[in-house]
Design a protein. Structure first.
Length: 429
């Protein structure tokens, strides 16, 4: 009898899973927000790599200033993501998605008037407001569509962003073959304007209510303070920061190490392409795994995999072994990132979801900036092999901490998921 009940429960869970996935792709708000994300991210990346460094160099930017110009938009996001997340918690998602889309559309046209590196730096700082708004607001919008299959839905959505990172640079590079950089920026603005169509078609998932909230300044301080003290936010932000430290340290220094080890430039470029493709393919699987077996469990698996993969880079002696590490790292990312945001959205106060996601984004961006800096210092004092091993050890320690936390929280989440699905099944379709 017990076996029969378990089989019935398993079949019911499979039926609910299939129904949930079908509903996700039939959901117009999900389709619209994903389409808008793909459009603006593709266009934004067209104007970033390889266009931006070439344009900055043509204005006379040296290596140090060029680095600041490329990274200043990341710093903008690091500082302002929590604030824009809070504003969308207070006033609603759609209005801020319209504001963010406006920045994506208007700012590329401003590059026509740039003639100095100082002006370019200022434009890039303001342009960064677009991603600072879109980051927390879009993720909060997707997370609020339904509590079912949250991590898998976030994974499919993030694939639109990842696809933009692949498509954008290719289109931008091809356009540079026959167009002046300033006119490519103009095309970026025109392409971004198409995103207004899906954004304006969006329904509101979180209208906000200023009547029930404190005055804006007090409300902002309280929301940021509450988010900063929330265990899920701190843990997710710490895990994303640590993971991105390792990934961006790899992006910064693997090309130099690989060339010194005898690999050619094409192999190095292929490594990062293979890593991203593996991430995109496995991302929904990693999200689904987190939904079913617990976010902590999925995250710890991903972190352990990265911890093992990074130290293997210096001992990869041929192209096949190097690409195997790329695949492994891409798969590991798919288990970490959908579940971190899903965990925050499930455990933070409903009225502060975007604020919490913004704080996680701030810590993630800090990891992106800190990773190459720390790796550079370690490589200067030690060497590549020891540095990659130290990053792997740090990731392993982080995974151990997550695993320890998952012993209680992960089981609780899994139990709650089963209870919710059984309750849904008992009420019918």
């Amino acid at each position: 009898m017990y076996v029969g009940l378990k089989a019935t429960e398993t079949c019911e869970r499979i039926r609910l899973l299939v129904r949930s996935r079908g509903n996700m792709f039939r959901s117009k708000p999900f389709v619209y927000i994903t389409l808008a994300e793909f459009i603006v991210r593709s266009a934004y990346q067209m104007g970033k790599i390889p266009l931006l460094p070439i344009f900055a160099a043509s204005l006379g930017a040296g290596p140090a200033l060029l680095g600041f110009i490329v990274s200043v938009s990341t710093l903008t996001g690091m500082m302002l993501k929590p604030f824009f997340g809070f504003l969308s918690d207070r006033w609603g998602r759609k209005v801020w998605l319209i504001v963010g889309t406006t920045f994506f559309v208007v700012m590329p046209f401003m590059y026509q008037f740039v003639s100095t590196t100082e002006a370019l730096f200022a434009i890039r700082m303001i342009h960064g407001l677009a991603t600072a708004i879109y980051g927390p607001v879009t993720l909060a919008y997707v997370a609020e569509l339904s509590s079912e299959g949250r991590a898998e839905r976030l994974a499919w959505f993030s694939n639109a962003r990842s696809a933009g990172y692949i498509v954008g640079p290719v289109i931008g590079g091809l356009m540079l073959l026959s167009m002046d950089p300033r006119w490519v920026f103009t095309v970026v603005g025109l392409m971004s304007s198409v995103a207004f169509i899906p954004v304006l078609l969006l329904s509101e998932t979180h209208s906000g209510s200023t009547n029930k909230r404190a005055p804006i300044l007090k409300d902002a301080v309280e929301a940021l303070w509450a988010g900063g003290r929330n265990g899920a936010v701190l843990l997710a932000g710490g895990m994303e920061a640590g993971t991105f430290m390792a990934l961006y340290a790899t992006k910064a220094f693997l090309p130099i190490y690989a060339l010194a080890a005898g690999f050619n430039v094409a192999v190095v470029g292929t490594f990062f392409a293979v890593q991203e493709v593996a991430h995109i393919i496995v991302n929904p699987v990693g999200g689904r795994f987190g939904d079913r077996f617990g976010y902590f469990f999925a995250i710890s698996i991903g972190m352990v995999t990265i911890a093992i993969s990074v130290p293997l880079l210096p001992i990869a002696s041929n192209t096949v072994s190097l690409m195997s590490v790329a695949v492994t790292m891409g798969v590991a990312q798919a288990f970490v990132f959908p579940s971190t945001i899903a965990m925050v959205s499930a455990q933070i106060k409903e009225g502060n979801i975007a604020t919490g996601i913004g704080l996680v984004g701030t810590m993630k961006n800090a990891g992106k900036v800190a990773g190459p800096v720390i790796a550079g210092g370690l490589i200067h004092w030690l060497d590549y092999t020891i540095t990659f091993r130290l990053f792997g050890l740090a990731m392993l320690m982080g995974a151990a901490f997550v695993w320890w936390r998952s012993r209680g929280a992960g089981r609780a989440q899994y139990a709650a998921t089963v209870t919710s699905e059984v309750a849904d099944a008992s009420t019918g379709d």
